[in-house]
Design a protein around this ligand. Structure first.
Ligand SMILES: [Zn+2]
Ligand SMILES: [Zn+2]
Length: 152
């Protein structure tokens, strides 16, 4: 990433080219599209998925909040600690809206929510939603909870 990329649209979006989609992942990747293929990690065009306008609205309203908090956290300024608290709060609005968007997308295909984790914190062992022990990661993050549809 060059210094100038901060003021450029993200052009290197990798799209999913799997023949058959099985599972989705809702994840903020510093791009405008947070709906990804669980298997290959590629972005998915909302038209390919045939998302309803309600599903699109739920995803984009969650993503706007997550993106804003994430960039405040990355910025290491006055709002860094505050933003991290919001991103980690189990019942905070960003995570409530994220899980609601995951539930809406799961009407199409089983969807997982990528929960925020600061890699400088200890490795997460328990699900941030239900508190049960995480099962081994199949592909993303440190582990996952299938009951809550969360990866972390
Ligand atoms: Zn894929
Ligand atoms: Zn759980």
């Amino acid at each position: 990433m060059s210094h100038y990329d901060k003021l450029r649209p993200s052009a290197d979006l990798q799209f999913c080219d799997c023949k058959e989609l099985r599972e989705l992942l809702l994840v903020h990747r510093l791009t405008d599209n947070p709906v990804h293929c669980f298997a290959c990690n590629g972005a998915l065009d909302p038209q390919r998925l045939g998302l309803s306008s309600k599903q699109v609205d739920m995803v984009s309203s969650w993503h706007g909040q997550f993106q804003a908090l994430y960039s405040l956290w990355l910025d290491c300024g006055e709002y860094e600690a505050w933003a991290k608290v919001q991103l980690l709060k189990r019942d905070g609005q960003v995570n409530r809206d994220g899980l609601a968007a995951v539930a809406a997308l799961s009407a199409l295909l089983p969807t997982y929510y990528w929960w925020f984790h600061d890699e400088s914190d200890p490795e997460p062992l328990c699900c941030p939603v239900c508190g049960d022990k995480l099962s081994a990661s199949r592909k993303h993050g440190h582990g996952q909870c299938d009951a809550c549809q969360v990866v972390i």
